[in-house]
Design a protein. Structure first.
Length: 318
């Protein structure tokens, strides 16, 4: 489990294999992209239709860097759904805030002051001056929104559902692993090499080690061109047309935290039992070592927790 409680800790700390059947093959060949309209006539977030399929979720003890919370590995059936082509951007979130007046947990200092933010070298700490509006490193409205809690993410998807009349929600943990793997069975969605992901994923890398004075955390032996968050969609998409499904920011899911997959359902519904004060996160972030970008890797944090490593992506029923 990756829980972000101190800066140097683990912040946060098969098709999953293999998609089975023609529906999964069709999703790889020709994903359908679309937008819903908001009440003012503007477009909502770009979505990609994901075909139904089956995949093997989690990892076996023999997989490289396996964690016991990823077991037991099991087959999961996924129904057709849609998911955001990118992570929700700061511009997307700003439009929601301007429409609703929503004050984030960081702005209201819920449980802790401001946002748990990167402050240089390998230092993170709570900073009451920081929120999604100002995160402590350069961002613009094309970057993924960060410093948002699970509760903030839920407020956004509820607003989007009301605006469009469609069933928007956070994706389940199983759905995020399904689209992350996108037909692969390897530890990382790009293969077996932990340093092979810089074309598609923004994570700890040579660029960061060069650009950030005092950076000493483990990095991949590749260069993704970004020291902090990358603009959403800047890196190459996966074969299902999704950007930043690995890296950039950890993504909140709908699932309550459970310490492993024991008792998990055979379908992709979110788990609504367990420690529901904590919610699962998937995907890894811009500062993370390769281990935390493995497809099976899991993290969790409290529903009010927010950091410059956490964001989210929307899902929608079809």
């Amino acid at each position: 489990m990756r829980c972000a409680s101190s800066g140097a800790e683990r912040v946060l700390a098969g098709v999953a294999s293999l998609a089975i059947g023609m529906a999964a093959a069709d999703a790889i060949a020709a994903p359908r992209g679309f937008h819903d309209r908001l009440t003012d006539g503007s477009q909502g977030p770009a979505l990609v239709e994901i075909a139904a399929g089956r995949f093997r979720m989690g990892s076996e003890p023999g997989e490289v860097l396996h964690d016991p919370d990823e077991a037991p590995q099991r087959m999961v059936a996924v129904e057709r759904f849609a998911i955001g082509r990118t992570e929700v951007t700061r511009g997307d979130y700003r439009r929601f805030v301007e429409a609703t007046g929503h004050a984030s947990d960081a702005e209201r200092n819920v449980n802790s002051p401001g946002c748990y933010a990167y402050l240089g070298a390998t230092t993170f700490r709570w900073d009451h001056d920081l929120s999604w509006r100002e995160v402590g490193f350069p961002q613009d409205d094309t970057h993924p929104v960060v410093c948002v809690s699970w509760r903030d993410a839920m407020a956004y998807v509820r607003w989007l559902a009301a605006e469009t009349g469609q069933a928007y929600r956070l994706p389940s943990e199983a759905e995020l692993e399904y689209v992350n793997r996108a037909g692969t069975t390897t530890p990382w969605p790009w293969g077996d090499d932990p340093s092979g992901g810089c074309r598609v994923a923004n994570y700890g890398d040579r660029h960061q080690a060069r650009a950030v004075t005092g950076w000493s955390w483990p990095t991949a032996d590749c260069d993704d061109g970004h020291a902090f968050t990358a603009a959403s969609g800047r890196l190459a998409p996966n074969v299902w047309g999704l950007h930043d499904i690995s890296g950039n920011v950890w993504e909140w899911t709908a699932d309550c935290w459970n310490p492993d997959h024991v008792g998990a359902p055979g379908d992709a519904r979110a788990r609504n039992t367990g420690d529901c004060e904590k919610r699962v996160l998937k995907g890894g972030a811009w500062s993370n070592k390769p281990q935390w970008l493995r497809s099976a890797d899991r993290g969790a944090n409290h529903v009010t927790y927010r950091t410059t490593l956490h964001g989210f992506r929307v899902a929608r029923d079809l």
